[in-house]
Design a binder for this molecule. Structure first.
Ligand code: GDP
Ligand code: IMO
Ligand code: MG
Length: 422
């Protein structure tokens, strides 16, 4: 029997598109949900029964008791964050070990990676990336430099010596920075986290995933961050340190590209960004504040206010192209209710010429807008597409025409139930 294809779900903008909410909402269609990159820089929120949960490392299928959740080899894992997250789930660990499996090949974030992240950012003054300070960059740096520690190492007899060797090396690096730190603050929780990790199955998840696909099981790969934060295709250097794109699902899980099925591209009906870097459609006016307040645009991981702006179609088309998106899901449509006029950026003015291309080195572009009519109706309780206001339907059609991709889910609120399937 040929292997089942697997689907990928990922963010098309600068992260926080609503991936957690929608993964949870479509989890009933799948047997397995797997994270393939990123780490605790992610904050994926989901809501049901009037309770909001925020996940950083654990896949968003965890609340469905009959699903297998996998943390793949492409993820960087901080044991202290992992332990806190497990405890916050409110389910007995003996239950969770049955539905969460971790790749032995995932790299570890050490306490000293977090300190290095903070020291680098501190030293950069005005050119800060705006990192979440979770140690992501330094952990991926060690991975690529072939100096990293992996989850599987916690099972080795010489784990402690390995840890100390890494620590020494990081201390040498930190000598170059005028940055004061308290390692103990992180270290105790980190080693407790390692003990928690040991309770879970730590294996070569690529075998398991391929076996499951051979058995005809349905797998959803859950992206973190967004395409515009991709290490290669985002606005470098204002990016994260992993490949957030659909190709990253293959390297981050050990599954062949020819098994890719649907690619679900998630985007907000407008745009947000946390941290530094170009954002052509950013609004510095009252409309920006309206979107921030109505959409509660404050970071799920750091609590920072998110920068808000109009939808950017050239950026969306770029993400559709890089990822091979087959279906679009539009999130937070309800947040735009009440805006009389809606602007959509349909091209840029760059060096005096109109273009659809994002300049390769972060030069400033002027967004050129198309104006659309807004809608006043509160759409948050609507479950049937036909009941949506005409101007919202026109907005949806406009984006479909621009991108050439159907919008098959429209999200109208943070709750699992506030989801319109077309
Ligand atoms: P993720 O990182 O892509 O999972 O997104 P985050 O969870 O960081 O941010 C999305 C925020 O929007 C969270 O607070 C969600 O609860 C919320 N959210 C998701 N979908 C919708 C929606 O359709 N409407 C509204 N109003 N909020 C939403
Ligand atoms: P989710 O999965 C939004 C941003 C940071 C910073 C840059 C680099 O919740 O969508 P890093 O800590 O990775 O070195 O930070 O990337 N960033 C995110 N922005 N959502 C995220 O994840 C993000 N993860 C990282 O703000 O600009
Ligand atoms: Mg988030």
């Amino acid at each position: 029997m040929p292997k089942e294809k697997f689907d990928v779900l990922l963010g098309l903008q600068w992260g926080d598109e609503g991936k957690g909410k929608v993964v949870d909402a479509i989890s009933p269609r799948y047997d397995v949900i797997a994270r393939f990159q990123g780490g605790p820089n992610a904050g994926h929120s989901l809501e049901f029964n009037n309770v909001k949960h925020v996940l950083h490392l654990i896949p968003s299928g965890i609340f469905h008791e009959d699903k297998i959740n996998i943390i793949g080899n492409g993820v960087v894992l901080d044991p202290s964050v992992f332990k806190k997250e497990i405890e916050n789930l409110g389910a007995p660990v003996e239950e969770l070990v049955k539905r969460l499996i971790i790749s032995a090949k995932a790299n570890l974030i050490l306490p000293s990676h977090r300190i290095l992240d903070a020291a680098y950012e501190h030293s950069m003054g005005n050119t800060k990336i705006g990192s979440t300070l979770k140690g992501i960059g330094p952990a991926y740096t060690d991975k690529v430099a072939r100096k990293g520690m992996r989850v599987g190492d916690i099972l080795c007899d010489d784990f402690r010596e390995m840890y100390n060797t890494h620590l020494k090396e990081h201390f040498l690096l930190l000598k170059n920075y005028d940055y004061h730190f308290d390692l103990k603050e992180y270290e105790n929780g980190w080693f407790e986290g390692v003990e928690m990790l040991k309770k879970f199955r730590i294996i070569s998840t690529e075998y398991l995933l391929n076996d499951l696909l051979s058995q005809g099981k349905k797998l959803l790969a859950e992206g973190a961050q967004g395409t515009m934060l991709d290490i290669d295709f985002g606005s470098y250097p204002f990016v994260t340190s992993s490949n957030t794109i659909s190709a990253g699902a293959c390297t981050g899980l050990g599954i062949s590209p020819n098994l890719t099925g649907e690619v679900f591209g998630i985007f907000k009906a407008y745009c947000t960004r946390v941290g530094s870097g170009p954002f052509p459609t950013e609004l510095h006016d009252e409309t920006g504040n309206i979107l921030r307040n109505a959409g509660r645009e404050f970071g799920s991981t750091t609590g920072r206010p998110r920068r808000c702006g109009w939808l950017d179609i050239p950026a969306l088309k770029y993400s559709v192209m890089i990822n091979g998106v087959t279906q679009l899901f539009m999130m937070k449509s309800d947040v735009m209710s009440g805006l009389k006029k809606i602007k959509v950026c349909t091209s840029y003015l760059y060096q005096g010429k109109e273009t659809n291309e994002i300049p390769c080195t972060n030069e400033t572009v002027e967004p050129l807008y198309t104006d659309l009519e807004g809608w006043s109706q509160d759409v948050s309780g609507i479950t049937d597409y036909n009941q949506l206001p005409e101007n919202l339907k026109k907005y949806i059609k406009f984006i479909e025409d621009q991108t050439g991709i159907p919008i098959t889910i429209i999200s109208v609120g943070p709750d699992r139930k506030e989801t319109i399937f077309r």
